[in-house]
Design a protein around this ligand. Structure first.
Ligand SMILES: [Zn+2]
Length: 885
């Protein structure tokens, strides 16, 4: 799946979240034959299923996963093990259901021997509104039947051995209404009229051996555009009203397929590739074998009016899902505790084809930002180890988080950088070849990597996968004649000052790569608590995280840090982003002061790289929103204006023809920083002017600036403007435009408008998949914290039935931006009284975030005020609106 944790999804609550266990080892499947007939009117479906399998011992029962399945009729027959043998009797089955364990026990009178059997089941299921299993989606004025099986919902569509290790081929047929079509994992092999006058039956080719969570079934009036690449037919499909937005994805899919065919050394392993978006979808996207499914916003874009951020996301998400076709679909993890390998690998892999097709996007900068984001989550006490055990449905669902995706990707990137691209790739190729159409564990993966590279990848990976947290590498260096004596020391890093001071027993195997300014990269494996060595040369600053590729933070001794920051101009943008993250983390743990951090930013004031500006703006908005007193605010805002106005003058307000995407995005970020962290009156006024012109149909907003202008204007907007946003969202055509205006509503800060937005979140206009995201976006501005929180408490009985059952902690994250100690106490007591099963970690993480923010404010507010008082008081320094337009 793609980053489901990053996208907010919602589904109707089922009573009492059920707990699943592993199936008993009685039988294994070796072939499924499925015929499903959805009835869109009654929102149900009927199923006719045949499972061929083997019993492992003589038995008179078989246990399958099944949930919300109404068994109508079931029989079993032992089949002869040899060619001329005699089959056993057909026996009627009695079914007992256990919704708690999500299993069905199929009991029959006479024991059958160990060996082959045929199981036949007729049943009825529900096209549910929970976005799980075979479910109902509504859009374009009609109903669709669509599927999402991962992680544990195939059991809602067909009784099955619904665990990843039980791989089998599937023969799927779908009975659909006249005029509708169907899409599944296989290609269409026949399409015949009936049964009945209003139906036709579409039969798909048999799939290769695959896990149940990868089954896909979509029924409705989908339209597709198609092409082919290296002999593989590719289609991109949508509901008919959005077919004009499929073009970009089709081009991307071709580029990506070509790249992967070459990289993996195994050609795309399936007969075709379909990519389908539909209106209700819980995750971002899903890698079903040869039938990737999507929420519309991440696939369907207006190619003439798309922001480059979204343009990049479309390519990246597709590259992620296509990476899974090999890594996940062809070779699958043995059990969910290794889901990180699936998701982390696809997340690590996806930038590669995107970089190859679009070098101008500087995707390498996004990778460093991703590492920073992962280390941020991982600096909390409440983080988890990459590999975490899980058996129940809730525990499995909770594993799809930033640790599985972004931390794993960052660790893999570090290992690749340490081994070199080619040895890493050989290891990947060997691993895929050894386990194709089968399952594998993490040990198989790092064993293959160690073997291919001759380096201790197993030890490095194991230390990162089984231990939670981020290492902090302390550097002490001393100039001795023509060399520098270096001592490195490791410990676990925490934002929490007391935890950091108390120390923690973890020990990592850290590939520390370093270079003197502009010099060649060298690496040392820090495999013990402390290590000393010599570096040739003296006097130059040494960067102990070359290229920002390491998954660790660095605490430099003051002299080493001074030398390093003096040479900041020679650093790559990756290294600047990485240094900013590093120093900000040290300030958050009270190892350093926020004043020194702002001075570091000032030292980078001439940087114009998009990612550096983004990182600086992120941190300045955090300081602005959380750490300032009312007295300090004008001083801080004046400083931000002085910092960014020269950049805006240089970039110009509007894009010039021929401006590259990176420049357009950088410009938009400068406007955002000035507007939000700098409260720059000129920028705010100009934004309003542009937004009004757009609302009046007199101008269009530049795609890169659209969200910033819409949100900034909303922040200062009144109820008339609110109404205009409302109308504009309804009139929008492309998903991107629609969501920009819709989410614009969440940026208004006048209390009566915030209340209106919160009330609106409860309406059917807000799809279930968007509900929690919309709510938490409304709660995000500091001005809205209290109102949103009061609303949530007062309306809990209306809110709780709308929550996403397979991402149980999402609603708690509504409170993650809070910084007020009183709110923390309240959040804790509320969610203790109204506990959400499976959301325990989300609650701990959210409470710790609020705590950390409060502690930071207490530790740093005084020295921040002192630093600001030393700054000039005027905001002079470059005009905001350059004269030439
Ligand atoms: Zn994925």
């Amino acid at each position: 799946m793609n980053k489901c944790f990053a996208f907010i999804f919602t589904i109707l609550m089922i009573p009492a979240a059920a707990a699943a266990q592993k199936l008993p080892e009685i039988a294994t499947p070796h072939h499924y034959i499925l015929m499903l007939a959805p009835d869109l009117n009654s929102e149900t479906f009927t199923g006719d299923e045949v499972i061929h399998g083997d019993t492992l011992k003589p038995t008179n029962k078989i246990v399958l996963n099944a949930l919300e399945i109404d068994f109508k009729e079931a029989t079993i027959q032992a089949l002869p093990a040899e060619k001329n043998g005699k089959p056993g009797d057909v026996q009627k089955i009695t079914v007992s259901l256990d919704p708690q364990s999500e299993m069905a026990t199929l009991q029959f009178p006479n024991e059958i021997p160990a060996g082959p059997f045929e199981l036949k089941i007729k049943y009825k299921g529900i096209l549910n509104g929970q976005l799980r299993g075979f479910y109902l989606s509504k859009g374009n004025g009609r109903k669709y039947a669509v599927s999402q099986m991962e992680p544990t919902d195939a059991r809602r569509a067909f009784p099955s051995f619904d665990e990843p290790a039980y791989k089998a081929p599937f023969d799927i047929s779908l009975i659909v209404d006249k005029g509708d079509t169907a899409i599944s994992n296989g290609t269409i092999v026949s399409d015949t009229p009936g049964p009945g006058a209003d139906k036709h039956t579409i039969k798909f080719s048999m799939t290769p051996k695959m896990s149940t969570y990868l089954v896909a079934m979509m029924v409705g009036d989908f339209k597709c555009i198609s092409d082919q690449e290296e002999g593989i037919p590719i289609r991109v499909c949508s509901t008919p009203d959005k077919i004009q937005y499929t073009k970009l994805a089709l081009g991307d899919a071709k580029d990506i397929l070509r790249y992967y065919n070459q990289y993996y050394g195994i050609k795309y392993p399936f007969k075709k590739l379909d990519i389908i978006a539909f209106p209700d979808f819980s995750a971002g996207a899903m890698e079903n074998t040869a039938a990737i499914t999507y929420r519309e916003t991440l696939l369907l874009v207006d190619d003439k009016n798309v922001s480059n951020n979204l343009r990049k996301t479309v390519a990246d998400v597709l590259a992620h899902e296509m990476a899974h076709q090999w890594f996940g679909d062809l070779v699958t993890m043995q059990w969910w505790n290794d889901i990180w390998l699936n998701e982390g690998f696809a997340t690590w892999m996806s930038p590669k084809p995107v970089k190859a097709a679009h070098p101008e996007w500087n995707v390498a900068l996004d990778e460093v930002q991703q590492t920073g984001g992962a280390m941020n989550t991982d600096s909390a006490k409440s983080t988890r180890a990459i590999r975490t055990n899980a058996t129940t449905t809730n525990e499995i669902a909770e594993l799809f988080d930033g640790i599985a995706y972004d931390k794993t990707a960052s660790v893999l990137r570090m290992v690749e950088s340490y081994l070199g691209e080619q040895p890493f790739r050989s290891g990947v190729n060997n691993y895929l070849k050894a386990h194709a159409y089968a399952n594998a564990t993490a040990e198989d993966f790092w064993g293959a990597m160690s073997h291919a590279s001759g380096k201790p990848v197993d030890k490095i990976m194991q230390s990162y996968v089984t231990q939670a947290g981020v290492p902090l590498v302390s550097v002490k260096s001393k100039c001795e004649g023509k060399k520098t004596d270096v001592t490195l020391d490791q410990q676990r890093f925490f934002y929490n000052k007391a935890a950091l001071e108390a120390g923690s027993p973890e020990l990592w195997q850290i590939p520390v790569c370093y270079s003197a300014a502009g010099g060649a990269k060298q690496c040392v494996l820090l495999d013990q608590k402390q290590k000393s060595f010599e570096v040739a040369g003296c006097g130059e600053g040494i960067n102990f995280n070359t290229g920002g590729q390491g998954y660790y933070r660095v605490a430099y001794d003051p002299e080493s840090l001074n030398k390093l920051t003096a040479s900041v101009g020679k650093m790559s943008p990756q290294e600047k982003v990485s240094l900013l993250d590093n120093q900000w983390a040290l300030a958050r743990a009270d190892r350093d002061s926020v004043g020194d951090f702002l001075a570091l930013i000032e030292g980078m004031k001439n940087s114009r790289e998009r990612a550096v500006l983004e990182r600086i703006d992120d941190r300045l908005e955090y300081v602005h929103d959380n750490l300032l007193t009312e007295d300090d605010r004008p001083q801080f805002e004046a400083w931000v204006q002085r910092l960014f106005r020269p950049a805006l003058t240089e970039f110009g307000r509007k894009s010039a023809p021929g401006d590259e995407a990176e420049k357009r995005t950088a410009r938009a970020r400068v406007i955002k920083a000035l507007g939000f962290a700098g409260s720059d009156p000129d920028v705010i006024a100009k934004s309003r002017e542009l937004v009004l012109a757009a609302l009046n149909g007199k101008a269009t907003l530049e795609p890169e600036q659209r969200t910033t202008l819409v949100d900034l204007t909303a922040k200062h907007g009144d109820s008339d403007l609110y109404d205009r946003y409302f109308q504009q969202a309804r009139a929008s055509r492309s998903p991107e435009e629609f969501y920009t205006w819709l989410y614009g509503l969440t940026a208004f800060e006048k209390p009566e408008l915030v209340k209106r937005t919160l009330e609106y979140s409860m309406s059917t206009d807000i799809r279930n998949q968007d509900f929690e995201g919309f709510l938490s976006s409304t709660a995000e501005p500091v001005a809205n914290h209290q109102i949103a929180w009061e609303f949530l408490k007062a309306n809990w009985s209306r809110i709780s039935p709308k929550l996403a059952t397979y991402s149980p902690g999402t609603v708690i994250k509504t409170a993650q931006f809070f910084c007020e100690p009183a709110l923390k106490t309240d959040v804790e007591s509320f969610f203790t009284q109204h506990s959400i099963p499976g959301a325990e970690r989300s609650l701990r993480q959210t409470l710790e975030l609020i705590d950390n923010c409060g502690a930071l404010k207490q530790q740093q507010q005084t020295n921040l005020a002192q630093w600001l008082q030393k700054q000039p008081t005027t905001s002079a320094g470059g005009t905001v609106e350059p004269k030439a337009r």
